[in-house]
Design a protein around this ligand. Structure first.
Ligand SMILES: O=C(O)[C@H](O)[C@@H](O)[C@H](O)[C@H](O)COP(=O)(O)O
Length: 266
């Protein structure tokens, strides 16, 4: 196993520049992946991220039919529920682009109904297992890696430093076997969620965090300048040649000492 490489921090003067640069970064990653293997595997999360992807809308360089999308985390609610990350992404992105419906891999809606009808953890286990199988179907046989290698995982960071549904102090932070796990005790509602685990996130070819606004300044300072504090977002350190990027605005980076890397569109 190779050592993780240091995060690359790209900070932009405002939200428009961030959104546009992020779109260029994603398109470049997509081109490389499609050239190499004919598809682009992506994981996305919720929060403000889907809106920050709107620089992709209408860009001819985006080959939506080559995308295979999974959710980095999802809430255990019906897919059209206001808390669903799939619903959020559909509203802000999928409904505005030509991605084939079958290329967006949701948690199984039939299993959600069963889980909603009961408090039993078995139903959540079943949802997590089914989603893991969906991933195995996409990634297995391609190489012998123990974990899937996403081309790109897009994440946000919460004020408490959580990312996906990986929260500080939670036993799930030490999960080293499963690809997908469920939680029933998310400190932020809704309590019942599904998440990709750290080994999956840290095997990705690229992980890009997106964060904006002054209310993220303290969090980013801790995550980037004090990784020894071990906030979940600091633990995202893909093994080489994987790389973690931070796409932030200057307001969010205002307290960060960590060196910036100029963003270059090539
Ligand atoms: O866990 C949740 O319930 C949130 O969806 C969360 O993961 C969100 O993505 C981050 O808090 C970042 O939030 P912003 O994208 O709004 O900065």
């Amino acid at each position: 196993m190779h050592a993780p490489s240091a995060p690359i921090l790209c900070s932009f003067a405002n939200s428009d520049e961030l959104v546009e640069s992020l779109a260029h970064f994603i398109i470049k990653a997509q081109k490389e992946s499609v050239q190499r293997k004919g598809k682009f595997t992506v994981a996305v999360s919720g929060g403000s991220l889907p809106q920050q992807l709107n620089g992709l809308i209408g860009k001819p360089g985006v080959k939506w039919d080559k995308w295979q999308v999974f959710y980095a985390d999802e809430r255990i609610v019906p897919l059209d529920h206001e808390d669903s990350n799939h619903n959020l992404c559909t509203t802000h992105l999928w409904s505005k682009v030509t991605i084939p419906k079958e290329n967006v891999h949701t948690i199984d809606p039939n299993l959600i109904d069963a889980a909603s009808a009961s408090d039993a953890e078995d139903a959540l286990e079943e949802i997590a297992d089914a989603y893991e199988k969906e991933l195995i179907h996409e990634f297995a046989n391609k190489d012998s890696a123990r974990f899937p290698i996403f081309d790109l995982i897009l994440l946000g960071v919460g004020p408490d430093g959580h990312t996906a549904s990986l929260f500080s102090g939670h036993p799930l932070l030490s999960e080293d076997d499963r690809w997908v796990a469920y939680i029933t005790d998310s400190p932020k509602p809704p309590a019942r969620r599904l998440t990709l685990t750290f080994p999956v996130i840290n095997h990705a070819a690229r992980v890009a965090f997106v964060a904006s606004g002054a209310n993220k300044a303290d969090t980013l300072q801790t995550v980037l300048d004090k990784p020894e504090e071990g906030l979940p977002a600091s633990r995202v350190r893909p093994i080489t040649p994987g790389q973690v990027y931070w796409f932030v605005d200057d307001a969010a980076a205002s307290k960060v000492q960590y060196p910036r890397t100029p963003f270059e569109v090539k």
